[in-house]
Design a protein around this ligand. Structure first.
Ligand code: GLU
Length: 488
């Protein structure tokens, strides 16, 4: 059975690169009728953030990624775990790691290192000044048994290091990057157990991937330099190694590594700005892979059906915000009216415009074809909620005069005053009535509808006058026409 894990560290937020990894893990698991496991890697106690685990779980849920095993938050908001291979949080597995460390020590595959931080720093400074590679000089690797015993009796702090083979090469066949060979003399004697008794990532990841029956490790390219250490550990334990697949880096448009300085990197920032989860997932899915040439919009099932690790590019993938904006706009257009209104309401509330549900529902529909994000919708519709400050110079159409503008607005006001209020139930009826009236009067549309639209919105660019009048309703429409008339 194919078993895939997504193994984030709960450092506060889920990076968009992490979302892509999680998504590819899920696509691969579903494609192969396998299982997706969520494992929390929290052995680096210095990087922990309160609520980090819950945040990851909620973000994955928002993105529609559903692990079959691992931690989850139940209906009461409690953190629980499910699955037969738990616990799935590494800090709850310390005894397990201890057992495997002892095994490595007994077999001579690892050793205790008593070097102090000061000594290690001195050693590194010296290596730097000599221009040689900075790595542990293995001073403790062949310590005499008696000396070890003495240091232990003194209670001296120690770490446990992996005894890397000093010759030969370590190899693996990466499902994306192909055959990789690293010369062992380039690889440090990695710390496996820290002096605080916590394992390092390297030990914990190998022990857990093995015990949890992981068949494929799909993770970002930044973990590639760690993989030879893992391969050596698998060999030291005599375990079969999983297949590895390292995903290409995410890049800014200038091809530097995707960084906070050039834009948002946290999935929650995108959610808070009003990107739809389906759009972000579709976009992220195409960072480094496209199932079908130029096509851009895929639903989840299509992504699952066409997912193929061997088709993932090796080169870095550019995170193109413009493309994401376009895609999000396409997804906003596809929402039903009800879905749009439900999704956009919190964004109105956030900017303090959340009171009149009926207006919000109507207003949201005005901007749906233009909006790239949900948060843009209330921002673009402020004029609906707050009477606009109308610039009198903007009222006449460009080939017309203030007198004509005034005349048309007065005429419209009178006409609208006399309309049956039912007309305002429908944009189409308003349009039909007003166009009929303009024709009857022998006016031009531009000279009449431009000042009407500006009177209602105060803007040179906005949704059209009929739709705005529909949202505002008959009474406010008349009030705004009156306010504009007195300015002319
Ligand atoms: N805990 C690592 C991270 O934070 C996971 C690396 C791996 O997948 O092996 O991304």
């Amino acid at each position: 059975m194919t078993r895939i894990r997504f193994a984030p560290s709960p450092t506060g937020f889920l990076h968009v690169g992490g979302l892509r990894t999680a998504l590819y893990c899920e696509l691969f698991a579903r494609k192969n009728n396998g299982r997706l496991i969520l494992r929390i890697e929290d052995t680096d106690r210095t990087r922990l953030v309160d609520g980090g685990v819950e945040n990851i779980i909620r973000t994955l849920e928002w993105a529609g990624i559903k692990p079959d095993e691992g931690p989850y938050v139940d209906d009461k908001g409690q953190l629980k775990q499910r699955g037969d291979y738990g616990p799935y949080i590494q800090s709850e597995r310390l005894d397990i790691y201890k057992k495997y460390i002892d095994q490595l020590l007994e077999n001579g595959k690892a050793y205790r290192c008593y070097c102090t931080p000061e000594r290690l720093e001195e050693m590194r400074d010296h290596q730097k000044s000599e221009g040689t590679q900075t790595m542990y000089d293995r001073r403790c690797r062949n310590l005499d048994y008696e000396i070890c015993k003495k240091l232990e009796d003194e209670g001296r702090p120690f770490v446990v290091r992996l005894a890397m083979p000093t010759e030969g090469v370590t190899v693996w066949d990466d499902l994306i990057r192909g055959h990789i060979e690293i010369s062992n003399d380039q690889i440090d004697d990695q710390v496996l157990l820290k002096s605080d008794g916590f394992p390092t990532y390297h030990l914990a990841v190998v022990v857990d991937d093995h015990l949890m029956g992981i068949t494929h490790v799909i993770r970002g390219e930044e973990w590639c330099p760690s993989t030879p250490k893992h391969v050596v550990l698998y060999e030291a334990f005599g375990w079969e190694q999983p297949k590895f697949a390292h995903l290409p880096l995410l890049l800014n448009r200038d091809r530097s590594k995707l960084s906070k300085r050039q834009g948002d990197v946290a999935v929650e920032d995108y959610r808070d700005k009003g990107y739809l989860s389906e759009a972000l997932v579709n976009f992220v899915a195409l960072l480094g892979w496209n199932p079908n040439g130029d096509r851009e919009i895929y639903d989840r099932q299509e992504l699952v059906d066409s997912f193929d690790l061997s088709k993932i590019n090796r080169g870095g993938a550019v995170f193109d915000l413009e493309k994401l904006n376009w895609m999000n706009g396409e997804y906003i257009k596809k929402l039903s009216d009800e879905e749009l209104v439900d999704l956009v309401k919190p964004f109105f509330e956030k900017v303090g415009l959340g009171t009149d549900q009926e207006i919000i529902a109507k207003a949201a529909l005005l901007e749906r074809s233009r909006a790239k994000t949900l948060s843009e919708i209330p921002a673009a519709l402020l004029f609906i909620f707050v009477d606009p400050e109308v610039d009198p110079d903007l009222l006449p159409w460009k080939k017309s005069t203030p007198e004509i503008a005034k005349d048309r607005l007065v005429g419209l006001r009178e006409y609208i005053l006399g309309l049956d209020s039912k007309i305002f139930d429908s944009q189409e009826l308003i349009e039909m009535e007003l166009l009929g009236f303009i024709t009857k009067m022998g006016w031009t549309n531009a000279e009449t509808l431009w000042p009407m639209r500006v009177a209602l919105t105060g803007l040179s660019v906005s949704p059209g006058p009929f739709e705005v009048a529909w949202v505002l309703g008959q009474k406010v429409t008349i009030q705004r026409l009156e306010s504009a008339i007195v300015k002319l």
